[in-house]
Design a protein around this ligand. Sequence first.
Ligand SMILES: Nc1nc2c(ncn2[C@@H]2O[C@H](COP(=O)(O)OP(=O)(O)OP(=O)(O)O)[C@@H](O)[C@H]2O)c(=O)[nH]1
Ligand SMILES: [Mg+2]
Length: 218
Amino acid sequence: MPSWGRINTNDAARSTPPHPPRPPTEAKMYKVVLMGTSCVGKSALAVQLIRNRFEDVYDPTIEDSYRGQIVVDGEPCQLDILDTTGVEQYYFLRDQFMHWGEGFLCVYAVDDFYSLEYANTLWDQVRRVKNTDRVPVVLVANKVDVTNHKVESTQGQEVAKSYGAPFVETSAKTRQGVVQAFEELVREIRKIRAEDESKRRSELEPTSGCGFVQCTLL
Ligand SMILES: Nc1nc2c(ncn2[C@@H]2O[C@H](COP(=O)(O)OP(=O)(O)OP(=O)(O)O)[C@@H](O)[C@H]2O)c(=O)[nH]1
Ligand SMILES: [Mg+2]
């Protein structure tokens, strides 16, 4: 079982994103954000991942952060998780967390159709803030354990497809899909990192066939 920790609680006054002391580790770091409308289960997902238990009582978040290590496809990674607010009153914090995050779990609840519709607003905003369409994101359909589903699985899949993102069904109550959602996001982040790295390398590579960068003598 990896070691996990909650860094701080509901610090609305914080003007900069969290930078708690880093444990000594070889693992690469991933800055992950949980976003979505209120009550979809963002905090419950974080707590289930970290403490292996279900938080039944609703306690609205302003901003929380967590840190821990997992192994994805044989490679250790350190997750810095920012659990954001779904409460409208604090929506002004959004640009800040979107700047901070490298990858995003966009969470909706299967018993709340509006929460899926709102995912589009978040997806648009995060691409605007990041100034790119290549944003690592996973669409998460939470609360699949409940009986009163208002959203079909196929509707979520369609939305995820339109983002070019993986789709994961979760229950923070039963732990179904919880680890998988974070693993998928790590893979998405790695994909973008690898693309960026190969682009960077190709820009540094020689432009002529003789092995030297072409230049003009003046
Ligand atoms: N049945 C069920 N209930 C859930 C699940 N996830 C969360 N809940 C419940 O839904 C309520 C809201 O969960 P939170 O995790 O606080 O929701 P949130 O998205 O963090 O809400 P904000 O902090 O207001 O943005 C709580 O009462 C949870 O116990 C789930 O997978 N299944
Ligand atoms: Mg919360």
